[in-house]
Design a protein around this ligand. Structure first.
Ligand code: GDP
Length: 457
């Protein structure tokens, strides 16, 4: 493919800049502007010191790295020029490369070539974009997992089995007059069931994948004045929420993100939810309920001085969803320190609610470390539910399409429909799955995937 060139490091001034070239004849091309050892005679994966020349003029002293295809990132002959990181020098070297026959790369073109040369499948190539864009440890971990193969292998093996069945079905069509069945319907149904289970798991994991990318939502819930805003402040260590002695000052909800050991959380402090006639406030309350429903983790707060009955009945009035992880916080443990009854009430609440219960003092920042480790433990339980996490909307859509078609195949098999009807849906399912790994790819898909990259990748 035509030699392309791009700056692989961020634009601006830096100690070193890397200009990357790849494509056919790229080694000769760089030889023509490089004064040093002749690169064409050097082995792959080697470094060479020399100068980039624009005619007789030395542009910069550089180190050139040589990678011969197919043993390079994208499978093509690749040269990386490490120069001094001045925008002027970089510009000049790029111009020199272009005069020598290279053209400027489009965004993601290096990786697109890696895909075209079979170095990466499409979902892995997308993971490369995610790695570049990742802003925290959990996003990064997710992207690395996907790049190393992630669920591509599973999809490919399921797809292969389905292809084998599809072939048998097609064969039956050739013998349609003789009314034979090559494809064992029972085995076929088993396979479809197995595929549906795997695909449903992937679809389910999407919500979590998205959550990890954007931050795990944690709602802080409880009666007015129990200390929700104070807790949020303590966690965020800044005065974001307005703390007040008056009930219900947090009208709507306050949301803020916090990274704990590389995992991103979105904390939501909801309005003090209670009966109200104030229209504005009731709107806020509605939105708060919505936020509570979306939360993965709930921190339910109560005043430790309240009676156990009050706490339990208030707790039950929220009807949290079964999949939500709820941690009960009995706040203001600093009041009446010596009161032994407090610890008893913790036991009672824990027993009655069947939930993890923690005594804290948001104002005195007591037991905050324990709370944070409980949050971490709970959120890692959530992520461990899945072997693979789908975090890409394009993949989700493909899985949903595949699922819909496989359900039709299943129905067709159960209703003993003829092979030609079934094979249409099999093909649609195969197509949908193929678009994930790029076994089937249209120009549109490729452009939208690689367009997300920066130039130079
Ligand atoms: P919210 O309505 O649930 O958000 O409650 P706030 O955070 O506004 O707190 C209500 C009142 O309780 C404020 O006066 C806080 O200073 C007080 N408060 C909050 N946490 C504690 C605590 O741990 N101990 C004590 N003694 N007071 C607290």
């Amino acid at each position: 493919m035509h030699p392309i060139v791009a700056l692989a490091t961020p634009p601006g001034t830096s100690a070193i800049a890397v200009i990357r070239l790849s494509g056919e004849g790229v080694i000769d091309l760089v030889d023509s502007i490089f004064k040093g050892k002749r690169l064409a005679k050097q082995v792959s994966h080697s470094l060479h010191f020399g100068s980039v020349m624009a005619g007789d003029e030395v542009v910069d002293e550089v180190v050139v790295s040589l990678f011969r295809g197919p043993h390079s990132y994208n499978g093509e002959d690749t040269v990386e020029i490490s120069s001094h990181g001045s925008p002027f020098v970089v510009q000049k070297i790029m111009q020199t490369c272009i005069s020598a026959g290279a053209r400027l790369a489009e965004p993601g073109e290096f990786t697109r070539r890696a895909f075209l040369h079979g170095k990466l499948d499409l979902s892995q190539a997308e993971a490369v974009a995610d790695i570049i864009a990742s802003e925290n440890e959990s996003q990064h971990r997710l992207a690395i997992k996907q790049m190393r193969g992630g669920y591509s292998d599973i999809i490919e093996s399921l797809r292969q089995e389905l292809i084998d069945f599809a072939a048998l079905l097609e064969l039956e069509l050739d013998f349609s007059e003789e009314d034979v069945e090559f494809a064992d319907r029972k085995k076929f149904l088993d396979l479809i069931q197995q595929m549906l289970t795997a695909i449903e798991q992937m679809i389910c994991s999407f919500q979590l994948g998205n959550v990890i990318k954007q931050g795990i939502p944690i709602a802080i819930v409880g009666k007015p004045n129990v200390g929700k805003s104070t807790l949020l402040n303590a966690l965020l260590r800044e005065e974001k929420a307005i703390v007040s002695e008056l009930a219900g000052t947090t009208r709507d909800f306050i949301e803020d993100t916090l990274q704990i050991h590389g995992i991103q959380y979105r904390f939501i402090d909801t309005a003090g939810i209670r009966e109200t006639t104030d229209l504005l406030e009731s709107k806020g309350i509605e939105r708060s309920f919505e936020k509570i429903r979306q939360a993965e983790i709930i921190l339910y707060m109560a005043d430790i001085q309240a009676s156990v009955d009050t706490i339990i009945s208030d707790f039950q009035s929220f009807s949290f969803l079964p999949e939500q992880k709820v941690i009960i916080l009995l706040n203001k443990s600093d009041i009446g320190d010596s009161n032994a009854q407090q610890s008893d009430s913790k036991e009672v609440v824990a027993t009655l609610s069947g939930r993890r219960t923690l005594e804290i003092s948001a104002r005195e920042k007591r037991n905050m470390d324990t709370l944070i480790s409980v949050i971490e433990a709970v959120s890692s339980e959530q992520t461990k539910r899945f072997d693979f996490i789908v975090s890409n909307a394009r993949h989700l859509e493909a899985f949903q399409q595949a699922k819909a078609s496989l359900l039709l195949v299943q129905k067709g098999l159960q209703e003993k429909m003829s092979g030609d009807f079934i094979s249409i849906d099999v093909r649609t399912a195969l197509y949908a799955l193929g678009t994930i790994t790029g076994k089937i790819s249209s120009e549109d898909v490729l452009s939208s995937v690689f367009g997300r990259f920066c130039i130079g990748k």
